[in-house]
Ligand binder design. Structure first.
Ligand SMILES: Cc1ncc(COP(=O)(O)O)c(C=O)c1O
Length: 433
């Protein structure tokens, strides 16, 4: 800056125009700092953050123990490259994670973003099985690289003008009961059966088990609309994969780290996947992701066939270790289950008063409120409620193929006071929606 005074980012709009337009912006808020469940803008306004930076800041913004761990590690070593040396933060993180990941999974690979970790999981599955194909579910979101775009079917926006994508990706129906109830007149059990039958048909008609490396599923559909599969579905899916000899990969990027009321969402159905993918909540906001798998599969991943310069960065690992310690000591998954029940009950009360709310569903603090009118998705109502909430100081995101679902992903540290504050704002917002 050759000694000039720093730029006036207090307003900042003249600099904002130099940022790529490819980023959509939900707001034009210029944030100054954040603490716990709140973001503070440079204009002095405070926002209750129920977006968590898209499901990342599960321990709340700037948790003091996470901040201290980052500061301490930054003074020791920032970049300790994983191919060159071992570093203590990564080993400490493994020590913290081993007791919370599903039993029998004990070999970790770390990377930086969610999409990178999905790439790693699929590369491992292909390498270990010497098979080419991947099966995903309708409405899935797995990332924005070429492979993960091919695995993403939640919205065409994510794929527009990037085709052709990586071949060998097949799509099975996700048991989205609310949508099916409307158009197909099916109840939850029938939807679950239908989805499993269609997957079995896919193995017979499009991708034979002997050429299918893995089935990848989000235990709760995220970007696709916050859809919880009917009870029993995941367990039956795991049984089918086992029976066909196809690996099951759980993408827990959004559902992991306490979000759904258990450390990982697969625990709700006692499912043990062959590979579990983690990111987002793992390091309270520092870029870190990873996969964990069984030792026999890890042993088939030939050294040097995958890697990356920054994966498992020392500061990110220190932040993640502190994050997991906070989750354990503050019992955040349990709090997510408790606060999730309070929030869900409040949202269901509002649903009974506002016919525009077609469905309220979720697990723990991963809750979707679907807006419909005459049985059809109503994105306008969802966006209007979102905008009204923002004006009143509550940040929410939308999701779903039709963008008609408001998603509630607060930090897992919230208490009844935060839930009531959010419900009061939302209730008022609905009166003007
Ligand atoms: C389930 C799931 N998988 C993968 C990703 C991609 O993660 P990233 O944006 O860190 O690449 C996301 C991001 O929202 C996600 O929710």
């Amino acid at each position: 800056m050759d000694g000039q005074k720093s730029s006036p980012v207090g307003t900042g709009s003249e600099l904002m125009q130099h940022l790529s337009p490819v980023w959509t912006h939900g707001t034009d808020i210029l944030v100054d700092h954040a603490e716990g469940a709140y973001l503070y803008a440079t204009n002095g306004r405070r926002y209750l953050d129920f977006t968590c930076g898209i499901g990342v800041t599960n321990t709340g913004h700037c948790h003091p123990r996470v901040v201290a761990a980052i500061q301490e590690q930054a003074g020791k070593i920032i970049h300790a490259q994983a191919n060159i040396v071992y570093h203590q933060p990564m080993l400490r993180l493994v020590e913290e994670l081993l007791p919370v990941v599903p039993a029998g999974l004990d070999s970790f690979f770390f990377s930086n973003s969610g999409a990178e970790a999905v790439e790693a999981a699929v590369k491992l599955a292909k390498h270990a099985t010497r098979r080419t194909n991947v099966i995903v579910f309708k409405g899935s979101f797995h990332g924005r690289t070429h492979l993960t775009m091919a695995m993403t079917t939640s919205k065409t926006t994510y794929r527009l003008n990037y085709q052709p994508l990586v071949p060998g990706v097949f799509v099975a129906p996700f048991p989205y009961a609310y949508a099916a109830e409307g158009s197909l007149r099916m109840n939850k059990e029938a939807v679950s059966r239908y989805a499993l039958d269609e997957l079995a048909r896919l193995f017979k008609s499009q991708s034979a088990p002997e050429e299918t490396a893995c089935v990848v599923i989000e235990p709760v559909l995220g970007e696709g609309g916050y859809v919880v599969p009917p009870p029993g579905f995941l367990a039956e899916l795991a049984a089918m994969c086992r029976e066909k000899g196809v690996l099951l990969v759980a993408d827990e990027i959004q559902t992991g780290f306490g979000r759904t009321g258990t450390f990982f969402a697969v625990e709700h159905e006692q499912v043990i996947p062959d590979v579990l993918i983690m990111a987002k909540g793992i390091a309270s906001g520092l870029p870190l992701s990873g996969i964990v798998t069984r030792p026999d599969l890890a042993a088939r991943w030939v050294p040097g066939t995958h890697g990356g310069t920054y994966g498992g960065n020392a500061i990110a690992c220190a932040a993640a270790t502190a994050t997991v310690q906070v989750m354990k000591s503050e019992r955040l998954p349990e709090n997510a289950a408790r606060m999730g029940a309070v929030l869900m009950a409040g949202l269901q009360r509002l649903q009974s008063q506002h016919p525009v709310i077609g469905d309220v569903r979720g697990l723990g603090l991963m809750i979707g409120v679907e807006f419909t009118r005459d049985g059809q998705p109503d994105a306008r109502a969802a966006k209007s409620a979102q905008k009204n909430c923002l004006e009143a100081g509550l940040m929410l995101l939308t999701c779903g193929t039709y963008d008609n679902v408001l998603r509630w992903i607060p930090p897992l540290i919230i208490n009844e006071g935060h839930v009531q504050e959010a419900l009061d704002i939302f209730s008022n917002a609905l009166n003007y929606t």
